[in-house]
Ligand binder design. Structure first.
Ligand SMILES: Nc1nc2c(ncn2[C@@H]2O[C@H](COP(=O)(O)OP(=O)(O)OP(=O)(O)O)[C@@H](O)[C@H]2O)c(=O)[nH]1
Ligand SMILES: [Mg+2]
Length: 679
């Protein structure tokens, strides 16, 4: 099988996603690739703020991407689209949809062996979704350890075998070049392109050993090559290159290359590998079950100068401006202008060729994550979103901005699949829920910068409740004589504690018509009103109320009078029934690398956590899972603490489980503090 070298002219645009840990150098690598391919006349740098992609104020002030960056470049006869995904977990959902429809992902990693585990989430996601990928070890200009040791640390977190494609040439500690094992050629780093040199004499043995290892790995899936190796014949270069392309395309192996995005080292070699080894868009179309020309909208972008744009990839054929495509809910979307993106810059194109990544204007009825097609709609694309564990209660700083805020939030929500807006009934709070503090902070920054809305925010109210300990019988009488018509209602109720989780029960055992039937619902209403805010200040639960007796007045009694009597009786009864506080408890599942398990479990325990169990994480070698029950109040800041204990890798999911009694000084503090003002 020949190496796949057909380009845009025949098979369309190939889309390559850059993924991997925050700060590994993805945006830098995108800039380096575009520059090396001749797409720009200046090597943009994240370091000095000249990056084409990371130009948003959020990304600049943060020193890392907060949004997806798109690039386009031509290399020889081929056209490529680059999708630069943010690495930080708070913005991971940004890129996930685009990565899922790419032809190839480059996992950018740090050369430091100790940081290898940081690549686990990216590698796992690619393996699970069957997305072909290679590894690029960046920052080789600062590497100290051996590449071999790095690969040994990376191998356990990759399902497919890693295939070393290069061996480093060193001058003392520093890496100054590499030998390409497929081409058997040596290069010295420097300038825009590396300079070809002879393989250093002292490296022959190492090169030979590494090349044999690579060939043996390829021979696992190529019987003819295996035969050649057994016969000690030297395989042809074309065979090796096409085997490498197949290994990548069919996710049989993960080639590993290295270099430095910032210095431009190894970028030429990477471009060549991308040209030969990136699968064609038709293979991706087959993986995603695309049968007719279709567009997958992976993101909505409201932030640019052109208005609302749907960022999408065309698969299964070409798609033109003005065409009518079917949407999932049976509507039609007429495509507005189509653009290619270069960072924030847009360039109008009349059509999207097969595989193109484009921005589409004027398809306002289409959401992120949707397919559009001229024929059959492909199945939904499965993407993982990190748990949304952080929430903020928000309101506009200026009441007049209410409408402006809801409009702005609507736009931010459609752009950001990880953001959720909740209306909390019990606390009347509007809550923004996101992945972590950094994520929510960025969202609030966008609200202010882009839409001019300032909001006040604070931690959301915790859903404390209260209940009672002992039964009480209580009379309540509402009597008012004001001029002509008076008001009269008189009730006797018996209240009792109920088992946890029973809620509220109301009954009556009135005899002899002490209270006429038609006023009884009003009594219940009054009782319920008193339970909204009990004596400790919280909603009352797990109480039964029986209306046993009372009296009425034929002229002065009314619904209102009985409601007020019911409320009074209940308020007094609750106060006398030995009220106590209940706090919400969550079932929490934490996952983390085993190296962090003991730190993580003591962090959980120190937050009044009850351990339920601990063991290996299903399907994740070298990871553990911890189950515990934690008070909701203790979840505040847990995300950040767990990450700080685990190189940023631990994460948790929490779900409300039950209410538990809270007594002593902690309870006193809660009752005293009640709800603080928004800051
Ligand atoms: N020395 C050195 N520094 C590099 C190299 N590549 C990137 N950097 C620097 O590393 C920092 C992070 O690089 P980025 O390209 O922003 O990393 P990223 O992977 O896009 O990070 P996120 O967007 O946060 O996921 C920047 O300050 C770069 O200048 C390299 O090859 N060598
Ligand atoms: Mg970046």
């Amino acid at each position: 099988m020949p190496a796949t070298t057909n380009g845009a002219k025949t098979n369309g645009t190939r889309a390559i996603a850059l993924v991997g840990p925050a700060g590994a150098g993805k945006t830098s690598l995108a800039e380096a690739l575009v520059y090396a391919a001749g797409g720009t006349d200046r090597h943009g740098s994240v370091g000095n703020g000249t990056s084409i992609g990371d130009s948003s104020p959020e990304a600049r002030s943060r020193g890392g991407s907060t949004e997806l960056n798109l690039y386009n470049f031509d290399y020889l006869d081929d056209h490529f689209a680059l999708i630069d995904a943010p690495g930080s977990v708070g913005f991971a959902a940004e890129g996930a949809r685009a990565v899922a429809v790419a032809d190839l992902a480059i996992v950018v990693v740090d050369p430091d062996q100790a940081r290898a585990p940081l690549a686990a989430p990216a590698l796992r996601a690619l393996d699970e979704q069957g997305i072909p990928h290679i590894i690029f070890v960046n920052r080789i200009d600062q590497a100290h350890g051996r590449i071999r040791d790095l690969l040994s640390a990376l191998q356990p977190i990759s399902v497919s075998p890693l295939i070393a494609r290069q061996v480093p040439i060193r001058n003392g500690e520093r890496i100054t070049g590499f030998v390409d094992l497929a081409l058997e050629r040596a290069f010295h780093y420097g300038g825009k392109d590396s300079e070809r040199i002879d393989i250093p004499g002292d490296l022959h043995d190492r090169e030979h050993e590494a090349r044999n290892q690579m060939l043996e790995q390829l021979a696992d899936h190529d019987d003819e090559l295996l035969e050649q190796l057994v016969m000690e014949e030297s395989p042809g270069q074309d065979r090796i290159l096409s085997d490498l392309a197949r290994e990548t395309g069919e996710s049989l192996g993960v080639p590993v290359l290295f270099g430095s995005a910032e210095s431009g080292w190894g970028i030429g070699r990477l471009l060549k590998a991308l040209r030969h080894e990136t699968p064609m868009p038709d293979r991706t179309a087959a993986r995603l079950q695309v049968s007719d020309p279709a567009l997958y909208v992976f993101k909505i972008n409201n932030g640019g100068t052109v208005g609302r744009l749907a960022l999408a990839r065309a698969l299964g054929g070409r798609i033109s401006e003005g065409s009518d495509l079917k949407t999932r809910n049976g509507e039609t979307a007429r495509l507005g202008a189509l653009f290619r993106m270069q960072g924030e810059k847009t360039q109008k194109v009349g059509e999207a060729s097969n595989g193109d990544v484009v921005a589409v204007a004027k398809i306002d009825n289409v959401k992120g994550g949707e397919w559009l097609s001229s024929g059959a709609l492909p199945p939904p694309v499965d993407v993982h979103c990190p748990p949304r564990n952080c929430a903020l209660a928000i309101e506009p700083a200026d009441r007049k901005d209410d409408v402006k805020l809801s409009g702005a939030l609507h736009r931010l929500l459609e752009e950001d699949p990880a953001l959720i807006l909740e209306q909390n009934e019990a606390s009347h709070e509007m809550r923004l829920r996101g992945v972590n503090d950094e994520h929510l902070k960025t969202v609030l920054g966008r609200l202010k910068r882009r839409y001019g809305v300032e909001v006040k925010s604070r931690a959301p109210t915790i859903g404390y409740r209260e209940s009672i300990r002992k039964p009480v019988t209580q009379k309540g009488r509402h009597k008012k004589q004001s001029g002509g018509h008076g008001q009269f209602g008189d009730v006797v109720i018996e209240i009792k504690p109920l088992p946890r989780g029973s809620g509220f029960q109301f009954s009556e055992s009135i005899s002899g018509g002490a209270i006429p039937k038609q006023w009884i619902p009003a009594v219940e209403e009054g009782v319920r009103e008193a339970m909204v805010k009990g004596p400790l200040g919280f909603t009352v639960v797990d109480v039964s109320v029986n209306l046993t007796d009372g009296s009425y007045h034929s002229v002065d009694s009314s619904e209102l009078a009985f409601r007020l009597a019911g409320r009074m009786a209940m308020a007094e009864a609750l106060g006398a029934a030995n009220p106590h506080l209940l706090e919400p408890m969550h079932k929490v599942t934490v996952v983390c690398p085993s190296s962090a398990t003991s730190r993580v479990s003591s962090a959980v325990a120190s937050r009044r956590g009850q351990m339920l169990g601990m063991g290996p994480r299903d399907g994740w070698t070298g990871w553990d899972r911890i189950d515990a029950i934690l008070p909701e109040a203790e979840l505040d800041g847990l995300e950040a603490e767990l990450r700080s204990q685990s190189q940023g890798l631990a994460s948790y999911e929490a779900e409300f489980d039950h209410l538990a009694e809270l007594n002593g000084p902690l309870a006193d503090k809660v009752v005293q503090q009640q709800v603080p003002e928004l800051a």
